[in-house]
Write a protein that binds this ligand. Structure first.
Ligand code: SF4
Ligand code: SF4
Length: 293
């Protein structure tokens, strides 16, 4: 079983466009949306939910008023300012550290499971797709990503390629997305901030010893910056660098809840198909949906 993760240094670089297209072009689709703070692949993959699991991400303090003597010790020790003068816990501030429970002289505080959201397993054409929806205000953590990945692996066999949509940035959610992946497709854009974000995410990929594959999206909106990104890649010894041109049809396809590769005559479709053929070859497998794609 091989794993391909698609990431970007920040949101808005076209990561979902690339991931959804690769997912569309792969056969035996095993897709995981690990961009848990902004999951949106489900809008493009025409999925049917077949299973949902409650995800408990942590715990939250609860005060038993009948035992509380208003000594204020819990409030004094809470580092997160989550306890009011009236000894009420603010669920949005409570980090579930358990200090208040530990210091309470009357054993009036209990830690309760916090329902963080749901993990959904769904069917898509010739495959499965797993994603999560977290409750409003819930902290996205690497743990939920690990659960999503476990779930899609349960539906996969050793010949499958799992495609993971990773979260943007370089936090723990991203680390959980890229861990143990064979290749990381890093989507970037030709701007100064795009290059800085790319450098940060690339250094993470390097630390985890994952093969990088760089896609410069909308490369033609700033050819000079595209050259600069390519120059940096060369210095870093990155051999896999591909470009996708700006294409106004990408927005149109997203509005119609379709992947850009469902519009075969578009410039972006042609580039992404070439990228997919190349990735498929480099992953050493035969993961093409159609032999002529
Ligand atoms: S569990 Fe930790 S963060 Fe939550 S109220 Fe108690 S001390 Fe504060
Ligand atoms: S430490 Fe325990 S007894 Fe004291 S105020 Fe907090 S909950 Fe009440």
């Amino acid at each position: 079983m091989k794993k391909l993760v698609v990431i970007s240094g920040k949101g808005g670089t076209g990561k979902t466009t690339i991931t959804s297209s690769l997912a569309y072009l792969s056969k035996g689709k095993r897709i995981a949306d690990c961009d848990v703070e902004a999951p949106n692949l489900n809008l493009l993959l025409n999925n049917k939910i077949i299973d949902e699991k409650l995800y408990v991400g942590g715990s939250i303090a609860k005060v038993d008023e009948s035992l509380c003597i208003d000594c204020g010790k819990c409030r004094e020790y809470c580092r997160f300012d989550a306890i009011s003068e009236e000894i009420l816990i603010d669920p949005l501030k409570c980090e579930g550290c358990g200090t208040c429970k530990y210091v309470c002289p009357k054993d009036a505080i209990k830690m309760e499971d916090e329902e963080t959201g749901y993990i959904y397993t769904s069917e898509i054409e010739r495959g499965n797709f797993v994603y999560a929806k977290l409750n409003i205000g819930a902290d996205a953590a690497g743990k939920v990503v690990t659960e999503i990945r476990k779930e899609i692996e349960n539906y996969s066999n050793e010949n499958d390629l799992i495609i993971i949509d990773g979260a943007p940035g370089v936090g723990c959610v991203v680390i959980a997305s890229i861990t143990n992946c064979d290749m990381a497709v890093i989507v970037t854009e030709p701007t100064q901030s795009g290059l800085s974000d790319f450098k940060r995410i690339f250094s993470l990929v390097k630390q985890f010893n994952i093969k990088p594959y760089v896609v410069i999206n909308k490369y033609d909106i700033n050819i000079d910056m595209t050259r600069e990104i390519k120059r940096y890649c060369k210095e870093e010894g990155i051999k896999n660098i591909k470009k996708v041109p700006f294409d106004s049809m990408v927005n149109k396809s997203l509005k119609e809840n379709k992947t850009i590769v469902e519009y075969p005559d578009t410039k972006a479709c042609k580039s992404i198909k070439d990228i997919w053929i190349d990735i498929n070859k480099k992953m050493g497998g035969n993961y093409n949906e159609n032999s002529n794609s």
